[in-house]
Design a protein around this ligand. Structure first.
Ligand code: ZN
Length: 291
């Protein structure tokens, strides 16, 4: 399993979804714990997208990567030593650049488990999980999905809201099932459009699994979905086969897939509105000139 990117950890993953790491993956974990710079997010106080600037904690020198040394070690067959951030709570905080007093804060917990075995030293399994945040996961995302009001049916918007609400209370399976329904509905809507084409092969579509269906619908869905078939690995599983942790971990990716589809719809809607406004303006100008 790859370690999610820092921003996905901060904003995308719900709470209490532990992500295991080992060996040099610790560098990706340190990127989360000592995240710095700026990022874009919804500000619940500005009630709009804003840029946040992280007030970065001091990152000790031994937690900074030295590629030159690592290259030398590889060339000389020396095993690189990786840092070992201790089991503790780490925090990342940021300020909205519109208003200094608007903040976002995130808490992470590094934990380890010693697996009993005859080996010496014993096997130690490390993990990182987000254990707290303000604004809450729900607040951060519920306000954000409101922008999809005009491109989703009321029922679907309700399901998306419920999915986020459940995920923010770490109800993994429940949240995932709602997202899955929305995702499958969106794919079905693309299917309805696609099958109007004379060259459409409905028989083979109906026999396909989700990944192949999406690739058949590639002209009607965002390229990202077509290029990341891993997103649907859980979609073909029965509900009884899903674990809470697995669902929470995949929640962010599936939500991202849904948002990509919806963002494209929003863009198309905005473009259509602009064209309509331009047409009206031209007609008015022509009318004024003729009068
Ligand atoms: Zn703000």
């Amino acid at each position: 399993m790859t370690i999610p990117k820092p921003l996905e950890f901060l904003l995308g993953l719900p709470l209490y979804a532990p992500v295991a790491y080992e060996g040099e993956q610790v560098w990706d974990v340190l990127e989360v714990l000592y995240f710095s710079g700026t990022y874009d997010s919804f500000c619940v106080k500005c009630k709009r997208e804003s840029t946040f600037k992280v007030s970065a904690p001091h990152r000790p020198d031994e937690y900074k990567r030295n590629y030159v040394r690592e290259k030398w070690e590889r060339q000389h067959g020396v095993d690189s030593e990786h840092p070992l951030p201790p089991s503790a709570v780490y925090s990342v905080g940021a300020n909205c650049t519109r208003h200094e007093s608007h903040r976002q804060d995130f808490l992470f917990f590094i934990d380890y488990q010693i697996i009993p075995s005859d080996s010496d030293p014993p096997i130690v399994k490390w993990s990182i999980q987000k254990i707290g945040q303000q604004p809450s996961y729900g607040d951060l995302h519920l306000l954000q999905v409101k922008k999809y009001t005009h491109v989703l049916s009321k029922a679907q918007l309700g399901e998306l809201t419920r999915a986020i609400g459940l995920a923010s209370h770490d109800v993994g399976v429940g949240a995932y099932v709602y997202l899955r329904r929305i995702f499958e509905n969106l794919v079905e809507e693309a299917h309805v459009v696609a099958k109007e084409a004379s060259s459409w092969d409905e028989d083979s579509y109906s026999r396909c699994r989700m990944g192949e269906k999406i690739s058949m619908l590639k002209a009607h869905l965002p390229t990202f979905l077509v290029e990341h078939p891993g997103m649907y690995s859980l979609l073909s599983k029965g509900i009884h086969e899903l674990s809470e942790d697995e669902c929470l971990k995949h929640f962010a990716t599936l939500r991202l897939g849904i948002e990509l589809i919806l963002d494209e719809r929003l863009e198309a809607r905005e473009r259509a509105n602009k064209i309509a406004a331009a047409k009206a303006a031209i007609q008015k100008a022509v009318g004024d000139a003729g009068a």
